[in-house]
Design a protein around this ligand. Structure first.
Ligand SMILES: *Cc1c(COP(=O)(O)O)cnc(C)c1O
Length: 381
């Protein structure tokens, strides 16, 4: 079964092996009866394993070409488990515009355990090559990145990391496996905030991780159970349900976002647009090579920075909210919302201006979205 459009529906464990139920049931149980003393059945305790969660874990492994999947209570819980592969003295290279919460986790929490890091511009491969130390264990990045939609070359970065004996860890939240599959391009571990496109309906917080290395799968499985940040059965079911329409949604998101990117690029009120599908975007050629379409996320700067507040508050269909990846369109201002935890001087250094606006383009009718943007731009002159 090669086609992802089929895989999102039939991949993993798509029917319940016990009852034949076409929707995998929500096994709302914490523990399982054992056959005899010292002879548990397949499952023992729901932190270690749950059939509903297991179905989702099999599914993400199938979609990303991994050998095993892991579901967590949030994207960050999954990131925490994976970064717990490392110990005091280890060094990690982080993309300079990594998700704010990931930066905070490494900078404020994992640093206490003696893990060190450097923020590196991974779009310059020579800069990357010079960033390795002998204790570097991993290169961690997102592509497209958040919120500047910078596209990084997964294949080239993986090659360089491998040559330095380091792992390549890719947060694939923005693209999803429907648009891009990092493990097939040389990455070792793929991470997701399933809260976003995989869930797809802004109704669940979840994280997914997968790897194509049996050895890493064993280590991550150990950490998932030892740290314990697992996803509950209800939420596992919601994410699996969301994934069934991933193909349709990602195509609709990409189509709408491409049209909006073009519209904004031609607007007199807009100074700059960031979207992987635009020829002007950093890494556009790489995006054409490694992505099936360009996704639903885009950012832009207004010419009049003072008008940001008026603009975002004038929109009708783009709800002012953090998060992304749901069927409904959202708007946010990274400097005061999603990226506020990054100190202002670092934020400016990496190009996140106070006037930057990020859109998560939903799957509403494109003409309604365009008229909404038009009326808000008119007010923001
Ligand atoms: C939201 C997000 C995360 C964190 O996921 P949570 O589910 O909120 O914990 C990590 N990476 C990216 C790219 C995100 O957008």
């Amino acid at each position: 079964m090669e086609n992802l459009k089929t895989k999102v529906i039939h991949g993993g464990i798509s029917t319940d092996p016990t009852t034949g139920a076409v929707s995998v049931p929500i096994y709302q149980t914490s523990t399982y009866q054992q056959n005899a003393l010292g002879q548990p059945k397949t499952y023992e305790y729901s932190r270690s394993g749950n059939p509903t969660r297991h179905a989702l874990e099999r599914l993400i492994a199938d979609l990303e070409a991994g050998v095993q999947g892991f579901a967590f209570g949030s994207g960050l819980a999954g990131i925490h488990a994976v970064l717990s592969l490392f110990a005091a003295g280890d060094h990690v290279i982080l993309a300079d515009d990594v998700y704010g919460g990931t930066f905070r986790l490494v900078d404020k929490v994992l640093s206490r355990a003696g893990i060190t890091y450097d923020l590196v511009d991974l779009s310059d491969l020579d800069v990357l090559k010079n960033a390795f130390k002998k204790e570097t264990k991993a290169v961690y990045f997102e592509t497209p990145s958040n919120p500047l939609l910078k596209v990084l070359d997964i294949q080239e970065i993986s090659k360089i990391a491998k040559a330095h004996g380091a792992l390549t860890l890719v947060d694939n939240t923005f693209a999803t496996p429907y648009l891009q599959r990092p493990l097939t391009l040389g990455a070792d571990v793929v991470l997701h905030s399933a809260t976003k496109y995989l869930g797809g309906h802004s109704d669940v917080v979840a994280g997914l991780v997968t790897t194509n290395s049996q050895d890493l799968a064993e280590q991550i499985g150990f950490l998932q159970n030892a740290i314990g940040g697992v996803l509950g059965p209800q939420d596992s079911w919601l994410v699996q349900r969301g994934i069934k329409t991933l193909a349709l949604r990602m195509e609709a998101h990409s189509k709408n976002a491409s049209k909006i990117a073009e519209f904004l690029e031609n607007s007199h009120e807009v100074a700059k647009v960031y979207y992987p599908g635009l020829a002007s975007q950093t890494g556009h050629e790489i995006a054409q090579k490694q992505m099936a379409a360009f996704g639903g996320m885009l950012s832009f700067e207004l010419k009049n920075e003072q008008a940001v507040k008026t603009f975002v508050e004038s929109l009708q269909y783009f709800t002012l909210a953090e998060s992304l990846g749901g069927v409904e369109s959202l708007v946010e201002v990274p400097a005061v919302m999603t990226h506020a935890s990054i100190p202002k001087n670092i934020r400016e250094q990496i190009g996140i201006k106070d006037g930057l606006i990020r859109l998560s383009v939903g799957i509403e009718d494109i003409s309604d979205l365009l008229s909404d943007l038009t009326q808000a731009l008119e007010k923001a002159k």
